[in-house]
Design a protein around this ligand. Structure first.
Ligand code: PLP
Length: 364
């Protein structure tokens, strides 16, 4: 079986650094907000090109804390794509606001800026574009709509940390950028973790306070917050992994582009990438018609696949009644056809050739 992602190969490549980082934290014992947390925040802010980075417990917490810092709540609407992981809209509901589902572009599966302006009304407070599969959404076009109406933009960059959009990095493209360090994301730790990025000092301070129960000083609670810290151990692991990150991103792009060439030569439909940005290929995703049969055929050939995501949010039981949604034809069509193939920095050429040959045979 070819691994879908290969965290073991990654650990083997960076074992000495990661083991030393873990041992260092066990030695000093400052497990909550220890020195590695600030160190990691500084390194990631510099990497992303944002003034502030706040490490939090997960990508979902990064989104939720961002909404809380922007004081978004009951009576407010937030525009999110219908075709995404549930967390993007979940946090809007948790904050007490209402998600308004927008459709995606049929080729990139990212939020379509056309039609966005028509969804804005006096209740709209923010837009959360998702940089899906590792490729930044149309952040400038979305930002232009937002600034015309005084809205915040929160990039859900859970899959796109490290990607470049018009010479700037994902996470530094909007009011706040949120990412996830879930183990299988492009930059993953060994548990849950996440971070948010902003250039706005007041927002960064608010997020830092919300992360620790809304405290501006010890036992001085100026806001309602959450237990949203990222463990020191996870930050130390991430700092060690950051050393190999540029190489890994390079490999992801190389492998993603090779998939593109091989599939294009065979006329197999896939998620498109724009020329003015890079994708870090958190997922490598194709479009197929008879997905269950294709999956079964690949499984039989020892090739695991995944579906990101099988149902748009307006079709999910918990979301149907809690979201505002019009017709979402491209989200539905994407959900019916997407299929993600094995993708990780350690995928070799022979395995990739096997995957493409098996896919070609499965859809023939
Ligand atoms: C992974 C993911 C999240 C949530 O991140 P967690 O760290 O698992 O909480 C949110 N949005 C998208 C698009 C994701 O892929």
């Amino acid at each position: 079986m070819i691994p879908f992602v290969d965290l073991k190969a990654q650990y083997a490549a960076l074992k000495a650094e990661i083991d030393a980082a873990i041992a260092g934290v066990l030695d000093h014992g400052r497990f909550i907000l220890g020195p590695e947390v600030a160190e990691m925040e500084e390194a990631l802010a510099a990497y992303a090109g944002a003034r502030h980075c706040v490490a939090v417990a997960s990508g979902t917490d990064a989104l939720l804390i961002s909404l809380m810092a922007l004081d978004i709540g009951p009576g407010d609407e937030v525009i999110v794509p219908a075709f995404t992981f549930a967390a993007t809209a979940e946090v809007v509901i948790l904050a007490g606001a209402t998600p308004v589902l927008a459709d995606v572009q049929p080729d990139t599966c990212n939020l379509d800026p056309a039609g966005l302006e028509a969804m804005v009304n006096e209740r709209t407070r923010a837009i959360i574009p998702v940089s899906l599969f590792g490729q930044p959404a149309d952040m400038e076009e979305i930002g232009a709509v937002a600034s015309r109406h005084g809205l915040a933009v929160i990039e859900d960059a859970a899959q796109s940390f490290g990607a470049v959009y018009r010479n700037r990095r994902s996470c530094a493209l909007s009011t706040i950028g949120c990412t996830s360090f879930f183990p299988s994301k492009p930059l993953g730790c060994y548990g849950d973790g996440g971070a948010l990025f902003t250039d706005d000092e007041a927002l960064a301070t608010a997020c830092r306070e919300i992360r620790v129960h809304g405290q501006s000083g010890r036992y001085h609670h100026t806001r309602i917050g959450v237990a949203g810290r990222m463990d020191t151990l996870q930050c130390a692991i991430l700092l060690a992994k950051l050393k190999g990150f540029d190489w890994e991103i390079g490999r992801r792009i190389e492998i993603g582009e090779r998939y593109n060439r091989l599939l294009d030569a065979r006329g197999i439909d896939r998620v498109a990438q724009r020329g003015d940005r890079t994708s870090v290929f958190a997922q490598y995703t194709v479009f197929v018609e008879d997905r269950d049969a294709v999956r079964a055929s690949l499984e039989g050939a020892g090739i695991p696949t995944a579906v990101h995501y099988p149902v748009p949010l307006d079709g999910q039981p918990a979301y149907r009644e809690r979201c505002i949604a019009g017709p979402l034809p491209h989200s539905r069509r994407a959900a019916d056809r997407v299929l993600s193939l094995p993708m990780h920095p350690y995928l070799d050429t022979a395995s990739q050739d096997r995957i493409v040959a098996a896919l070609e045979q499965a859809i023939a």
